[in-house]
Design a protein. Structure first.
Length: 320
C-alpha cells in the first residue's frame, strides 16, 4: 500500500470513530428505507393529539444517553422496579406508549431492523420540529442494550440543583463541552416540571425561610402561587408562555434571572455559557436552531452500541 493510501485509510478510520462509532445518516437506507417517514407519520398523529408530549420525549432521549449511553435502556421495564425508568429523576418522563406505538409500526413494515435507541433519537428530533425547531439529520445505526439499572441514574443524571462546576464536569465526562451544555439546556424551552424539582429555591433556601436570592423576586412570588410547600404533583412550564414552542425565550428568561432550576441559573456563572445566553437572547436566537441540532447529534453518539453487539428489540420495553 502506498504512503498516500495509508494516510487516506487512517483518515477514514479516524473519521469513522469520530462519527459515532459506526453511526451514519441514512443507516436504514437499504434495510428499511422509509424508517424515518414511518416514525414521522406516527408522531404527526401523536402531536396533533398531545403536543405536550414533545418535551418529555425530548428529555427521554437525553436521559437515555446519559446513563449507559444511547442504547435504549431507559425503555426497559423491571418486575422489581429497579430499572432506569423507576428512578426518581425519571418518574416525570411520559410518552413510553408513544415509543411502543412507533416500534409497532416499524415492526410491521421492517421487522427486526430498527432499534429502540434509534427510535428515541428520531422521535426527539421530530419533537423539536413539531414545536417549531429546526430540522437536523439524525445519525442512526445504534443497537439496543439489555441492562437497565436504577442506581446508575443517580450517579449519571445531573440534578436540577446542580451548580455550574457539577454541570461542566458531568457533560465533560460524556464528551460534551460547555457550549453543548448551554445549547442542550435550551431544550428547556419546551415542556414542564414538577414543583418538587425547584421548590427548594422558593422555600427555606438557606434555612432562614428565604428564597434563592439569585432568582427574580417577582418570579418567586409567581411560582409560590402555583407551588405550595411539599407540592409533588403540580406541573409548571419551564418556559412560561411558550412551553410548546421551540424558541429562544428560555435564554431570555435565564438572563433575567427567571430560570426555573438552579442548573438553569448556573449558566450565568460561566463566561462562555453566559455569553452564549446573552448573544442568543439579543439576536433572536439566530444560531440556536442550528447549534441545537449539532449538539443533539453529538450527544446521540454517547456510548452507542453498534455492529453485532447488543440486540434489536422486538418490543422496546423488554429484551428479546
Amino acid at each position: 500500500m502506498s504512503t498516500f493510501a495509508k494516510v487516506v485509510c487512517c483518515l477514514v478510520l479516524v473519521l469513522g470513530v469520530a462519527n459515532g462509532q459506526g453511526l451514519k445518516v441514512g443507516f436504514y437506507e437499504r434495510t428499511c428505507p422509509n424508517a424515518e417517514a414511518i416514525v414521522n407519520e406516527v408522531m404527526t398523529t401523536v402531536f396533533k393529539e398531545a403536543l405536550s408530549l414533545s418535551g418529555p420525549l425530548l428529555r427521554m432521549h437525553f436521559h437515555d444517553c446519559f446513563v449507559r449511553g444511547c442504547e435504549g435502556s431507559i425503555l426497559l421495564n423491571s418486575s422489581t422496579h429497579t430499572a432506569e425508568k423507576d428512578s426518581p429523576p425519571n418518574l416525570s418522563l411520559r410518552g413510553y406508549q408513544v415509543i411502543d406505538r412507533v416500534k409497532a409500526a416499524l415492526e410491521k413494515k421492517c421487522p427486526g431492523i430498527v432499534s429502540c435507541a434509534d427510535i428515541l433519537a428520531i422521535v426527539a428530533r421530530d419533537s423539536v420540529v413539531a414545536t417549531g425547531g429546526k430540522f437536523y439529520n439524525v445519525e442512526t445505526g445504534r443497537r439496543d442494550g439489555n441492562v437497565s439499572s436504577l442506581s446508575e441514574t443517580l450517579t449519571n443524571l445531573l440534578p436540577p440543583t446542580a451548580n455550574i462546576t457539577t454541570l461542566i464536569a458531568g457533560f465533560s465526562a460524556k464528551g460534551l463541552n460547555v457550549i453543548d451544555l448551554v445549547v442542550l439546556s435550551g431544550g428547556h424551552t419546551i415542556g414542564t416540571s414538577h414543583c418538587s424539582s425547584f421548590s427548594n429555591r422558593l422555600y427555606n433556601f438557606t434555612g432562614k425561610n428565604d428564597a434563592d436570592p439569585s432568582m427574580d423576586p417577582k418570579y418567586v412570588k409567581e411560582l409560590k402561587k402555583r407551588c405550595k410547600i411539599n407540592d409533588q404533583t403540580t406541573l409548571v412550564e419551564m418556559d412560561p408562555g411558550s412551553d410548546r414552542k421551540f424558541d429562544v425565550d428560555y435564554f431570555t428568561l435565564v438572563t433575567k434571572r427567571r430560570g426555573l432550576f438552579t442548573s438553569d441559573q448556573a449558566l450565568l456563572k460561566n463566561t462562555v455559557t453566559s455569553a452564549y445566553l446573552t448573544a442568543q437572547s439579543n439576536n433572536g436566537g439566530s444560531t440556536f436552531g442550528h447549534d441545537f441540532g449539532v449538539s443533539m447529534v453529538k450527544m446521540g453518539r454517547i456510548g452507542v452500541i453498534t455492529g453485532s453487539a447488543g440486540q434489536i428489540r422486538k418490543f422496546c420495553y423488554k429484551n428479546n
